[in-house]
Ligand binder design. Structure first.
Ligand code: ACO
Length: 331
């Protein structure tokens, strides 16, 4: 087997944190015109976690990051690089990564945020691995963290039922015998940027009383179009990443897709001829946590014993931008 990107950078540990407050579909029935039955059958989601008023993305990120540090016995000063994937940052500036660095005491880390929406975590892992290959950095932390409950429109039943809050973290290190990131495939298509966007609050449409009245600072989505593209691009990108290293779908031990919708995940499984046992699914508990969904699912897969040493684990995501990608990992 021809292994591309053979560089011995591997994932050495994971951790996640979700807020304590649970919002069930039945709770949502009291907020918007919806039903538990509609949400469960159309999305597979039963409940999601919601941050409290004081919590920001960096609070969730630092709790997930602390677990990853503890799980891997890593001294915070060993972290050379921290990348945070989020589209619900604490502020426009400074970066959520810098705020999280301070909370975790990562005194030696270079820090930045990466914006690729629901694909943010896989893009960040790709970026961290590439930076490490071309620098003397040995250890990196990558965190996906989101507080969607503060950016969705609680009057829009098309979107508010889908998302949840949470954070997931991983630590990657150089020189991991046997472990490896063996292939990647990434893509973007800005021509469809308007399918999923927060129209106001940036330099295109700065916040004014008018934008607030028009609710333009909340997330807007063309669900049906996103649904079709998510299925197609996640499948294409997994196949392309596998092809590059002469692996096939049969080599996948566990696929960890972005947790958007159970119907998307089942369609992806069908296209890839994978039994559902080979797909990590936990969206019934957390909803779509955007950039946090893959690292949360990865940590749960590890703690549930679903990944063994040497397994081929494939991560794949799709999100606003549009952005998508897949990473093939030998665990
Ligand atoms: N409760 C009840 N009815 C609803 C709700 C709700 N919460 N939301 C929408 N409806 C209604 C619609 O108004 C529509 O009614 P109409 O036929 O009278 O107009 C009807 O349900 C069907 O709406 P559709 O949009 O066709 O429903 P669909 O089966 O496509 O499911 C969904 C909608 C769940 C949003 C789906 O399109 C989807 O999952 N898309 C992917 C979106 C996504 O996950 N985005 C996240 C970011 S990108 C990513 O993570 C992949």
């Amino acid at each position: 087997m021809n292994i591309e990107n053979s560089n011995n950078i591997g994932i050495v540990g994971t951790g996640f944190y979700v807020p304590e407050k649970v919002l069930t579909n039945f709770d949502l029935e009291r907020i918007v015109d919806t039903t538990d039955e509609w949400i469960r059958t159309r999305t597979g989601i039963n409940e999601r976690r919601i941050a409290n008023e004081e919590e920001a993305a960096s609070d969730l990120a630092s709790k997930a990051g602390l677990k990853a540090l503890k799980n891997t016995n890593t001294n915070p000063k060993e972290i050379d690089l921290l990348i945070i994937a989020t589209l619900s940052p604490d502020h426009f500036m400074p970066s959520t990564a810098c705020i999280t660095q301070h909370k975790l005491g990562l005194k030696n880390a270079a820090c930045f945020d990466l914006s690729a929406a629901c694909s943010g975590f896989v893009y960040s892992l790709f970026a961290a691995e590439s930076i490490m290959k071309n620098s003397n950095y040995n250890t990196a932390m990558i965190i996906g963290t989101e507080i969607f409950s503060k950016i969705v429109d609680w009057k829009d039943r098309n979107t508010c039922v889908l998302f949840g809050d949470g954070a997931g973290a991983i630590i990657i290190k150089k020189g991991q015998k046997g472990k490896n990131i063996i292939s990647i495939n990434f893509g973007s298509d800005g021509s469809s940027a308007d399918l999923l966007e927060i129209p106001a609050g940036g330099s295109r449409l700065p916040t004014t009383y008018r934008t607030i009245d028009k609710r333009q600072h909340y997330l807007k989505m063309e669900g049906r179009k996103i649904y079709k593209l998510a299925k197609k691009m996640m499948v294409d990108s997994v196949i392309r990443a596998l092809d590059k290293v002469e692996l096939t779908r049969k080599d996948i031990d566990l696929l960890i897709p972005h947790q958007a919708n159970i119907r998307i995940l089942k369609a992806v499984a069908k296209k890839l001829h994978l039994p559902l046992e080979k797909i990590m699914i936990n969206l019934e508990k957390y909803g779509n946590t955007s950039a946090a969904s893959i690292p949360i699912a990865l940590d749960e897969a590890v703690s549930q014993g679903k990944i063994k040493k040497g397994d081929i684990v494939v991560l794949t995501a799709f999100g606003a931008g549009l952005t998508w990608g897949a990473i093939v990992i030998r665990w």
